[in-house]
Design a protein around this ligand. Structure first.
Ligand code: AMO
Length: 435
């Protein structure tokens, strides 16, 4: 629309064309107000009934809520208007009327259940709170990308249709690929590792991953957005430094550039950035000892157990912030994670935990061909099926490390959202395949 002025840019004394959604119509008798909402905010349109033609008043005040309307008029200063300006209309066009009965109320005056919101995501995203979540998500991802660029990453995109899985067979979505069995990729893991042996050396990817897990929980999705990092010639501790750097960059950017959005969600931007102290790094052994010592566990953990949700919560309460858990038992980490030469039962894998959930997995990778193939066999995998991957380890594979976290878990933990589905536009879960 030519010459359109956004609500936030309307200045008193100007002739303007504004366009947006009819947020509210307030009829006070002799005078009525149409509050028009666009992506920048709201602007008041004043209908002084005895000063304007009847048909103009009728169109402007008879419109249903959420209809799309454009208004041509004069902007005037008005102290009592929400933005200090209001528009006196000369022309009103209803570009697209909305039905009087809406499936949910975008003004947020009437609460809607999450399933109703997800079924009507477009309308849900007209509400200031939902819109704020996705503006913050976009800003966090922008900051993470920028940080990746600053530390010398090349952004890549890897195939999402693959012949083999990487993160465990039960979580694969099978598909038919020209009569052959294929799968939706669970992780860029093997492809990003191959790139550290290419001329690129250090790569990142932000893209979809698919997990056929049966979990129906507030922190699992069947399609998520994975933020991946992998670099040649670094240790797992250096990989953790980069990981922490991306998170700090994301929190800082949101604190600085999303003040209004944080305010809408009830956060004080001044208190939003992460504390300066580096995230503590506990070994797995220290982590289980500490979890057991909280006295909050119904069952004590022993070496080799995965951290239960209960243990994660107990540790989260005790530490009250992000923390890394390093040096996991080799048997519960995937084949591509390297073990300590001096203690092969202990791996160089790590997780980053947020008090509410696991956020990141990563580690030093096994870059030695013989050991890699051995690792496949130990996990009951056929190295032949991964020939495209293992073969490259015979032609000069540098030591390397990396990690991944889900964009949705980042946003859910950052904004303390009750459910991960709040942080994805159109979530895929066991029940939900549409929209
Ligand atoms: P992992 O399987 O732990 O590791 O996944 C890494 C991170 O991705 C996110 N994530 C999910 N988020 C929402 N729903 C899910 N179902 C889901 N699954 C995973 C989490 C998780 O911590 N290849 C390794 C990473 C690496 O070593 O580089 C991997 O995929 O934030």
């Amino acid at each position: 629309m030519q010459d359109r002025t956004y609500a936030a840019d309307v200045l008193a004394g100007e002739s303007v064309t504004i366009a947006g959604w009819a947020h509210e119509i307030r009829d006070l008798g002799g005078i009525a107000f149409l509050i028009l909402r666009d992506t920048t905010g709201r602007i008041q349109v004043k209908f002084a009934k005895d000063e304007l033609p009847d048909d103009l008043v009728e169109t402007g005040t008879g419109v249903t809520r959420e209809s799309v309307v454009s208004v041509v008029g004069e902007a005037e200063a008005e102290e009592r208007a929400p933005t200090g300006v209001e528009v006196v209309p000369e022309e009103v066009d209803v570009l697209a009327p909305a039905e009087p009965e809406l499936p949910l109320d975008p003004s947020g005056k009437v609460d809607a259940e999450l399933p109703t919101r997800l079924d009507n995501r477009t309308l849900d995203l007209r509400s200031a709170e939902t819109k704020a979540i996705f503006s913050i998500r976009a800003e966090a991802l922008r900051a993470v990308r920028e940080y990746f660029r600053e530390v010398g990453c090349t952004e890549i995109t890897t195939p999402k249709i693959v012949a083999t899985g990487t993160e465990g067979g039960t979580e694969l979505f099978p598909i038919t690929y020209f009569g052959r069995e294929a799968f939706m990729n669970q992780s860029p893991q093997l492809f990003k590792q191959l790139m550290v042996a290419s001329g690129l050396e250090r790569v990142c990817e932000i893209g979809p991953i698919f997990r056929a897990e049966e979990h129906n929980t507030p922190r699992h999705l069947n399609e998520a957005t994975s933020i991946d990092f992998e670099s040649a010639f670094i240790t797992h501790h250096e990989a953790m430094d980069v990981c922490e750097g991306t998170l700090r960059a994301a929190y800082d950017a949101v604190a600085t550039n999303c003040e209004a959005e944080l305010d809408v969600l009830g956060y004080d931007p001044a208190e939003f950035a992460l504390a300066d102290d580096a995230f503590p790094r506990l070994t797995y052994e220290e982590a289980i000892e500490r979890a057991n010592a909280t006295g909050e566990l119904t069952e004590q953990l022993t070496w080799g157990d995965d951290l239960t949700t209960e243990a994660e919560h107990a540790l989260g309460n005790a530490i009250d912030g992000h923390y890394f858990v390093t040096d996991w038992p080799s048997e519960i980490k995937p084949f591509y994670i390297q073990d300590y030469a001096e203690d092969p039962d202990v791996s160089k894998g790590f997780d980053l935990m947020h008090p509410r959930m696991e956020l990141v997995s990563g580690g030093q990778r096994e870059h030695r061909y013989e050991q890699l193939v051995e690792g496949f066999e130990q996990q009951g995998l056929d190295p032949e099926a991964f020939d495209y991957y293992t073969r490259m380890f015979r032609y000069g594979m540098p030591p390397h490390a990396g990690w991944a976290y889900g964009a949705e878990r980042l946003v859910t933990s950052m904004l303390d959202l009750p459910n991960i589905r709040e942080a994805v536009l159109f979530p895929r879960d066991k029940q939900r395949l549409s929209p």
